[in-house]
Design a protein around this ligand. Structure first.
Ligand code: 0GY
Length: 301
């Protein structure tokens, strides 16, 4: 990939201009199941309520990264910087020739015909952000209401929450109908024990609730030891992959919004996959079978 118009904004890092080619060859049909498109801001303005301004990250650059890393498909996730304005997401889905599906953010005043339009564009889930630094109001009531309304569409819920908030929210999440996907393993504190009380709670939730899934993504956000290996995150992700191999997803998180510490090399992130999914079978489930079942069920794997 070559660098052209990367623009820096206030202190947040822009995505890696020239990610390495991964050593790990992802299996045929692999899906990058957590990534974003942002802007361009002049066409798809960022939300006034946003807590950070990302760099513009176009669909064209996402497709180029997909091809460079060896993936075939993307799941594009709406981030808080675009609020509930899903136009950039829909624009990318419509451009993808069926190779991308989406997770939107909606407010409770959305009409059913608007949900249907999102479905036609390729949206298959709605994201609810419980990370307090990213939202002004926790979307608890909206989540309850929307979980019912989304049932006829067959969509799932995606929840972004931090591990310290799980003890008070876990029963609430367990009471919701349908499939729930937790972003980034609900952000464990990886300085704590992988077999410790906090992570045990998350694992227990996943085991007891067969409709709960987890993304084993974003070691770069969770690591204290840092790149390139993100070694301290490996045991956490490995434990999730080995406990619920049929309900895990992986994604690059490109363009890695809202990061100030370092910008990951996406090629190196792909090389992290075999450390957390050691066998070919686990890798195929994580990268192909599971995301295909959730996002392209009509292809019937
Ligand atoms: C991510 C992580 C972050 C941001 C968002 O919606 C968002 O703004 O998800 C974060 O700041 O941890 O998955 O992109």
């Amino acid at each position: 990939m070559s660098e052209d118009s990367f623009q820096m904004d206030d202190g947040w890092l822009v995505f890696h201009p020239d990610p390495s080619k991964p050593d790990f060859p992802v299996p045929a049909g692999a899906v990058d199941a957590h990534c974003h498109v942002f802007g361009p801001g002049e066409i798809f303005p960022y939300a006034p309520t946003r807590k950070y301004t990302p760099c513009d990250a176009s669909k064209e650059k996402l497709w180029a990264l997909r091809d460079h890393l060896g993936f075939e498909r993307n799941v594009i996730v709406q981030a808080t910087c675009h609020g509930a304005d899903n136009r950039a997401l829909v624009d990318a889905l419509e451009d993808s020739q069926g190779r991308a599906r989406g997770v939107a953010t909606v407010t409770r005043d959305i009409r059913d015909d608007e949900l249907q339009q999102l479905h036609t564009a390729g949206v298959r889930g709605v994201r609810f952000n419980f990370v307090k630094r990213l939202v002004d109001v926790l979307p608890r009531d909206t989540l309850v209401e929307m979980a019912e309304r989304l049932k006829p569409f067959g969509w799932h819920l995606v929840i972004y929450v931090e591990s310290q908030d799980l003890p008070e929210l876990s029963d609430f999440f367990a009471s919701l109908p349908g499939t729930i996907v937790f972003d980034h393993m609900a952000r464990p504190d990886v300085s704590k024990a992988v077999e410790g009380e906090a992570f045990d709670l998350f694992i227990r939730m996943l085991v007891e609730n067969q409709d709960m899934w987890a993304k084993v993504s974003c070691p770069d956000r969770l690591s204290v030891s840092g790149p390139p290996g993100y070694e301290d995150v490996v045991p956490f992700a490995k434990r999730v992959v080995e406990t619920i191999p049929d309900r895990v997803l992986w994604g690059t998180d490109w363009p890695h919004p809202n990061l100030k510490s370092h910008m990951p090399d996406d090629g190196k992130l792909v090389d992290y996959i075999p450390k957390i999914a050691a066998s070919e079978e686990l890798q195929r489930k994580l990268l192909v079978d599971n995301p295909m079942r959730l996002y392209w069920p009509e292809e019937n794997r």
